[in-house]
Design a binder for this molecule. Structure first.
Ligand code: BES
Ligand code: ZN
Ligand code: ZN
Length: 521
């Protein structure tokens, strides 16, 4: 989609469809819906007046109403897009509103859309204060780009309904506001393209996206983006003694892939003028890349197993994040380590009762081969440290228990370090993603004590499974500040929304990118 940012008079803009946001001014239960436009334009308000007064359109979040040939405007259609109650107005709702506008245009065969920036100046009521021009522009772009994709590429009856162009129309303003708006727009384009790239990887079926293919796709992205990328396989796992990762991989006919992508800030990139200080942070991004998880010998039930193609969403998030990092050029070194394998039952597969020695030297008793994600990450985290990482972050569709605990709105957040965790939590204001912190304090360690080996790969009982998995990973992060993201419940959007298609969500890309930028100086 060709996306443009214009500082222009919206009423004079020629377009097949102009979208304008609306909120409900109603206060309290007895106050009926009172829709009002987030536009100060008299022409737009008078074109919509009859509809707003009819009571048909309530400006609920995700609600749309369409007017043809609106008087006084150059647009052929005026689309009103509800954002819900004014008191609930937020950047998140603005992003959803942009997405709703795009997804309203798509089935109506409209290929060119314009969206007017929300303008709250006409409203007399109290207004939210956090709607900066930079973030408003960013959230509009992200909402629109994410909404423009439908994951129907494997359907023969597919009709590509994607928009060809979208113009975001911002009010004319002073130089500082204009440049902030432009920056938010530019960043939004980079980050949403990275998120859509991650989503496209997650959408691929397991027979197409094997570990080797994931490696090839990462390599192609890195070549294009100017990042260093190495893709290794079984021999390298053996050479590095990544026996935990190898235990998972060896039951599959598909060879594993260990993908290492490196971003080096450089003076040439314009963001750094001197060589990095010797004690400068090096960020290690580690992703779970199980391209299909059958559960292995501890096989999963057939019901819903097809979803386990998205067990590489953590890897996809890291690959997507690296795509954005290559373009945003933060002044901090970033190394991404992706551990990709297929978890299969086979004559050569690892078994419950097996004991493996991880790359770190820790011995692990395998109790359940379906707890494979923590095994590949154990070696990935350790390897990222040996490559020089001073701070670690991992993303993984790690536990069903996290889905039970948090549902599908919030992803799980765990950490062994308050400063690294605080940086992540402050990144959420810009990313707009939802993570909820869960514990992995040392008292959870008893859960993974084994009689046979140093630790075992499941908890002693079935309660608190997300924290048991996190305490297992913490063993391998050691003293290195580490953040763990359990995205099992949020990586796949099961229920389509007015602003989002069914399928891969691309969760975590945006937050990881902002966390990385938080270390840039
Ligand atoms: N890939 C799954 C976790 C998962 C569940 C992802 C639901 C997405 C949606 C993971 O490998 C797994 O199977 N974990 C087990 C661990 C258990 C055996 C300790 C689980 O959560 O049941
Ligand atoms: Zn599993
Ligand atoms: Zn898994």
């Amino acid at each position: 989609m060709d996306m443009k940012l214009l500082f222009d008079d919206v009423t004079a803009f020629e377009t097949p469809m102009l979208a304008v946001f609306a909120v409900d001014l109603a206060n309290g239960k007895d106050d009926g819906p009172r829709p009002a436009l987030l536009s100060a334009s008299l022409s737009i308000n008078s074109a919509a007046q009859a509809l707003l007064q009819s009571g048909e359109f309530k400006a609920a979040l995700g609600e749309v109403a369409l007017l043809h040939a609106p008087a006084g405007l150059k647009a052929e259609r005026l689309l009103l897009v509800g954002l819900g109650k004014l008191k609930d107005l937020s950047l998140d709702r603005i992003r959803k509103g942009a997405g709703t506008a795009v997804r309203a245009a798509k089935p109506r065969s409209v290929r060119h859309l314009a969206i007017a920036f929300p303008d709250l100046s006409a409203l007399a009521a109290d207004q939210p204060s956090d709607l900066s021009p930079l973030l408003t522009a960013r959230f509009l772009v992200e909402g629109a780009e994410i909404a423009n994709v439908d994951y129907d590429t494997y359907r023969s009856d597919r009709k590509d309904t994607s928009l060809d162009s979208l113009a975001l129309i911002a009010p004319q303003s002073d130089a500082a506001t204009t440049s902030d708006t432009q920056r938010g727009f530019d960043e939004g384009l980079i980050v949403s393209a990275a998120q859509n790239f991650a989503r496209s990887l997650v959408n691929e079926p397991g027979n197409v996206l094997t570990p080797a293919v994931l490696g090839a796709r990462a390599k192609a992205m890195c070549d294009e983006a100017g990042l260093k990328c190495e893709v290794y396989s079984s021999e390298k796992l053996q050479e590095l003694q990544m026996n935990a990762f190898w235990a998972v991989a060896k039951g599959s006919a598909e060879p594993p892939a260990l993908i290492v992508m490196t971003y080096e800030p450089s003076a040439a990139a314009g963001s750094v003028t001197t060589a990095p200080a010797p004690n400068a942070p090096v960020l290690g991004l580690v992703g779970k890349g199980i391209t299909f998880d059958t559960g292995g010998i501890s096989i999963k039930s057939a019901d819903g197993m097809e979803k386990m193609k998205y067990d590489m969403a953590g890897a996809a998030a890291m690959i997507g994040a690296m795509h954005a990092i290559a373009q945003l050029k933060p002044a901090v070194k970033v190394i991404a380590v992706i551990c990709s394998a297929e978890n299969m039952p086979d004559g050569r597969a690892f078994k419950p009762g097996d004991v493996v020695t991880a790359m770190s030297g820790t011995t692990i008793e395998i109790v359940n081969t379906d707890a494979e994600g923590r095994l590949v990450l154990a070696d990935g985290l350790h390897y990222a440290k040996t490559l020089g990482s001073t701070h670690l972050i991992d993303a993984a569709t790690l536990t069903g228990a996290c889905v039970v605990a948090l549902g599908t709105l919030n992803a799980g957040l765990f950490s062994n370090d308050e400063a690294a965790c605080a940086k992540f939590e402050s990144a959420l204001a810009t990313s707009g993603e939802k993570f909820w912190r869960l514990p992995c304090t040392d008292d959870y360690r008893d859960q993974i004590k084994s009689e046979i080996a140093d630790i075992m790969n499941t908890g002693k009982n079935r309660y608190g499974g997300a924290s048991n998995a996190a305490i297992f990973l913490k063993e391998f992060a050691g003293d290195t500040p580490w953040v763990h993201l359990d995205i099992a419940g949020t990586a796949w959007n099961e229920e389509k929304k007015p602003w989002l298609a069914y399928g891969p969500s691309g969760i975590a890309v945006r937050s990881i990118v902002e966390w990385v930028r938080g270390y840039s100086n």
